[in-house]
Design a protein around this ligand. Structure first.
Ligand SMILES: Cc1ncc(COP(=O)(O)O)c(C=O)c1O
Length: 357
């Protein structure tokens, strides 16, 4: 059985929305569009026309960038939309569940809640670097577990799932669930993407985004990569014309060689800064622990999280505090070298050293 058979029956039977056809060099009187273009229009494609139902050139460009075949990729409005679509196509309200780790990115649970699916979380611990226990994940699954979400590098802890653990999970769970690996931050890691496992493991789904390493969060562009039959179902559910013309054009630009080179240089700089910050913070007496990270952020445990947040806010720096299972922990996104220096000054000020030495 392939995992598309795990999807809701009505979705398996769903036909894609039939939008007005688009043929170049024709007079379009079939889509109730305006026949004129506003003079303020600065885009390569006219904004009076609907965009392509699915941006095929962009799909091919992203597939080339991520090294998968285009029929295995759907372009989405950020990874967030991909998570929503996956939960909607696979989970029956009040019946099915998703399994994930904790702490992790809260959107998996959020969209499961929206869909009326249950969320089962396997706790991980800072004592062993938040390592994912594959046996515990498998034990949490039952016949109604449609999706297993693995965030790697994990937000907010920064750790990766080792490749052999992922392969074990894929092999042992087989076609009973889809394993979704969210790689929003993989460009900052030394490990390669799980995309290279797609051909071999047809229960694998990989999420990537342009929001982090490419610095295009404002464009809202992500990719879901999965077996072609799953992509077809996602395609049938996603809103027609989901990607707006300005977004398509700016993402085409983001994928040009010079923009990619610039992004690569920034990623390398952020990784250097991440390690500099981690090393510097470990020297402050109020810093109890800093976990290693494979992302553009890291998690730090301090004596008084509230005091730190107040001090940083006074210096116009915002950090993320989660509370709950991470009461004294703060997640810090790596900034530019000068922003990071200001952060270090804020830590130093907490210790009465106003010069940040
Ligand atoms: C792990 C993870 N996945 C996905 C997302 C959402 O990314 P996008 O901007 O592509 O929707 C985030 C955003 O912070 C994230 O941390």
């Amino acid at each position: 059985m392939s995992i598309d058979r795990l999807a809701r029956r009505e979705i398996q039977a769903l036909k894609p929305y039939q939008a007005a056809i688009q043929v170049s060099d024709t007079i379009r009187m079939n889509a109730n569009e305006a026949p004129w273009t506003s003079s303020g229009n600065e885009f390569r494609r006219p904004l009076n026309r609907y965009p392509e139902i699915r941006p095929q050139r962009l799909r091919k460009a992203l597939a080339g960038f991520y090294k998968c075949s285009p029929d295995r990729l759907l372009v989405t409005r950020g990874t967030s939309e991909a998570i929503d679509l996956l939960v909607r196509i696979f989970c029956r309200a009040g019946v099915d569940n998703i399994v994930t780790t904790a702490p992790t990115f809260s959107m998996y649970r959020h969209y499961a809640d929206v869909q009326g699916a249950a969320t089962r979380e396997i706790e991980t611990s800072g004592h062993n670097g938040f390592a994912v226990d594959v046996d515990a994940l498998l034990d949490a699954c039952d016949s109604e577990t449609r999706l297993i979400f693995i965030c790697s590098p994990n937000n907010p802890t920064g750790n990766l799932i080792p490749r052999d653990a992922l392969v074990t999970l894929l092999e042992r769970r087989g076609d009973n669930s889809a394993i979704v690996v969210d790689e929003a931050y993989i460009e900052f890691a030394a490990q390669s993407s799980a995309v290279e496992l797609l051909e071999k493991h047809d229960n694998l789904i990989v999420l990537r985004t342009l929001s982090k390493a490419l610095a295009y969060a404002g464009a809202r562009c992500g990719s879901v990569m999965a077996p072609p039959a799953v992509i077809d179902m996602l395609d049938a559910v996603q809103a027609p014309y989901a990607l707006a013309t300005p977004v398509v054009e700016c993402v085409e630009d983001a994928l040009q060689a010079d923009s990619l080179r610039e992004a690569e240089q920034w990623v390398a700089k952020i990784v250097v800064e991440r390690e500099r910050l981690i090393a510097a913070l470990k020297r402050f007496p109020s810093v109890r622990r800093v976990w290693p990270s494979a992302a553009n952020f890291f998690l730090v445990e301090v004596d008084e999280a509230e005091a730190l947040l107040r001090q940083c806010k006074a210096n116009k720096i915002l950090l993320r505090h989660f509370g709950g299972a991470l009461p004294d922990c703060v997640r810090i996104s790596v900034g530019t070298p000068s922003q990071n220096d200001l952060l270090l000054k804020s830590f130093a000020a907490l210790h009465g050293d106003r010069d940040g030495r």
